[in-house]
Design a protein around this ligand. Sequence first.
Ligand code: PLP
Length: 411
Amino acid sequence: MEDEHKENTKLLDRHLAQTTLFPLSIEVDRAEGIYIYDKSGKAYADMISGIGVSNIGHGNRNVIEAIRKQSEKHLHVMVYGEFLQEAQSDFANLLTAQLPNSLDTVYFVNSGAEAIEASLKLAKRFTGRSKIISCQGSYHGNTHGALSVSGNEKKKNAFRPLLPDVHFVSFNEPDELALIDEHTACFIMETVQGDAGVRIPSLEYLKALRQRCDETGTILIFDEIQCGFGRTGKLYAFMHWNVLPDILVSGKALGGGLPIGAVISSRKMMKQFTVNPMLGHITTFGGHPLICAAGNAALEWMLNENILSDVELKGARIKSILEKHSLVLGIRQIGLFIAIDMLNEEVVRQTVEKCLERGVIMFWFLSCPWSFRLAPPLSITMLEIERHCQTIFEVMSEVQDEQKRSVHIDP
Ligand code: PLP
């Protein structure tokens, strides 16, 4: 049976590029709620939401119905920005209605990385400056510009030269904000760092950052591609601290399970893309009507069902169960955005792999290899939390026993 599975996987993969030599290789049949089912019918609890995408769970009926309805009206009709399309404007209207007045204009693009590219261009265009400051440990995507402002040196080195005039400071370190000066176009940060292992900033830091940006005329960009759209228990994470960015970047869950990115800013700033040169950022598929309809339905569902009301409670429950295990060295949690620290990479690997065998999908972080991540759909029930945390707890005990045995055998 296992050999047959391996053969099928090889056949499926024959013409597909691979990103690693050790993909998880679940052969997906369907997905519903928090579960993904493989071809044999085995259910896997998706405790990472496909890396921050399936915030409303899989197979949401409202989203599927919205996609169906839109598909019967029209798909692509023209490159972004030329025609009036109801699906786009409905989504932009609903989204901006949830945001402060200064974030009243949305530019829809195709992915998170593209939204980062556009936000950097917008900041350069608006200020006429080139210096960019970002944070160590940050992840902003894999296109050249996004990679340039990302903090993982190991991943960047093979692709140099990257964008010039990019500088890095420690995350959440007010003393280093002095690097922001009158030559700085923008300061870009994940409001809550994801790939660095769920790093949460302090209010003091965010206030000092906002003040320094205001003093120097620097554009403040919050990348909420992963921590936004409800993940931390607020629609956008900056709402926890009420410190506003000049540009908000969104993506991942924003499309209700379909690919999207969005740059959100003031009308005044966004006008910079309209003139000198016009068409400052061109995208063929940005704001695709099918995806806007899906995103709109996802947001409507989240608001109507008041999904965000108990996200913090659910995250805190996960933390309280798992922190009791002696293999856990620490937990950082905000809403359902959780990093669990362990002794080392090997312990993380064993825990993640054994959980997968037992039908619980978890994952690691690239820039924090001694932790694993949990970020289940926000719609997860308390019962599902108890059940799957119990499995994770049991697996950690198994890993701990194996560690002890190996120390005995190989002192
Ligand atoms: N920014 C953050 C914080 C992300 O987590 C990601 C993706 O993981 C990106 C940007 C890039 O988004 P995409 O993979 O859609 O290009």
